[in-house]
Design a binder for this molecule. Structure first.
Ligand code: DAH
Length: 361
């Protein structure tokens, strides 16, 4: 074989590679050159028959050609792949003007919404949120709140008890959020300004009671806070929460073992024509218990009652949510009925905007 022959073969093989218009054609060109029975493979196999003096230079020529062909294959492959990508980019366009498929949108439960509102309003007054366990011990739920063993308030609370422990004591599902007052006073130094939204439990179920419900507790402890602050604070809260500028409020003396004096707060309303209206009319509706923290409670928490004082309040969250949003039946809160939630629920992410209008400026 002459040098001329080799040059012709080279031209043919490289031409075939350069002319491949797709990856399949390129693969055929590769097999034709370098495959088991490819031209170049055959030539290399034939080297043994070449005269010894020519073999070395012929081998070098064939190797050089092999390198050249491999490089041409790679270059052509890259070129074809680029072209392929370009073509796809040109044709496979995502049409972003297509309207989105409607997503099922979740709703905030009215309890979550109401807690968010309450937290935002008291937050703006400088209260921090505190939390405590749902499973409480006797000391925090009762004793330290000045509710001794034989106190009728223990029976009144319809407590859920957990099974007896080896030492004979029994944990309880907290009957109110007040134990978090104790936990906070025992772990923080005054001044204390907290609210405690959370779940509470009582063994009770009828039109107006569910075994699990929510309360929000408030606690302020420092050296000077008095009943006037309690009143102002709750009045501001009611105005902001019910969005009625001059909602009438009144305090009635009442008894809770952990406060002295103790009171219940009512808000003015009208029930004319069976429709409840907050902030108008001549009727009253009780919404919370409150008072000045009892000196004994302070003592249980190692605070000196001669030095520290303050006020506390506890409010039912379902109650105020029902009043504000016109939800007539307490039990529906926990029936997990999606139609109810779609009707009474709230779009997520709107609390921030809503609350701006609520917070007293
Ligand atoms: N813990 C009381 C209850 O569940 C509510 C209450 C009344 C809380 C007076 C208070 C308070 O902090 O001062 O019925």
């Amino acid at each position: 074989m002459t040098a001329q022959d080799l040059s012709t073969i080279r031209g043919a093989l490289l031409g075939e590679i350069a002319g491949a218009s797709d990856l399949a054609g390129l693969e055929r060109a590769r097999v034709a050159a370098l495959g088991k029975k490819g031209r170049l493979t055959e030539l290399m196999k034939g080297l043994g028959q070449v005269a010894a003096e020519e073999r070395k230079s012929r081998g070098a020529e064939l190797n050089a050609l092999k390198g050249e062909i491999e490089a041409a294959l790679n270059a052509q492959k890259a070129k074809l792949e680029d072209a392929d990508l370009d073509a796809r980019l040109r044709t496979e366009r995502v049409d972003i003007t297509l309207p989105a498929r409607p997503e099922a949108e979740g709703r905030l439960h009215p309890i979550s919404q109401t807690i968010d509102e309450i937290v935002a309003i008291f937050g703006a007054m400088g209260f921090k949120v505190a939390e405590g366990p749902d499973i409480e011990d006797d000391f925090h739920n009762f004793t330290a709140l000045n509710i001794p063993e034989d106190h009728p308030a223990r029976q009144m609370m319809d407590t859920f008890y957990l099974p007896e422990r080896p030492d004979g004591s029994r944990l309880v599902l907290r009957t109110h959020t007040s134990p978090v007052q104790i936990r906070t006073m025992m772990s923080q130094k005054p001044p204390i300004r907290i609210i405690v939204p959370g779940r509470t439990y009582r063994c009770d179920s009828d039109m107006t009671h569910t075994p699990m419900f929510h309360q929000v507790e408030g606690l302020v402890i420092d050296k000077t806070s008095h009943m006037g602050h309690l009143k102002g604070c709750l009045a501001d809260f009611c105005r902001a929460f019910f969005e009625v500028p001059d909602v009438p409020i009144r305090f009635r003396p009442s008894f809770f073992p952990f406060v002295e004096p103790g009171a219940e707060m009512d808000i003015g309303c009208s029930r004319k024509g069976g429709e409840l209206k907050i902030g108008a009319g001549d009727d009253w509706l009780e919404i919370l218990g409150c008072g000045m923290v009892h000196p004994k409670v302070l003592q249980y928490c190692n605070l000196n009652p001669a030095e520290y004082q303050g006020f506390a309040f506890g409010m039912g969250i379902e109650r105020v949510a029902m009043l504000k949003y016109g939800i007539p039946d307490l039990r529906t809160f926990y029936e997990a009925d999606l139609r109810w939630l779609r009707h009474y629920g709230f779009p997520a992410l709107e609390v921030a905007t809503l609350v701006r209008g609520l917070v007293p400026q």
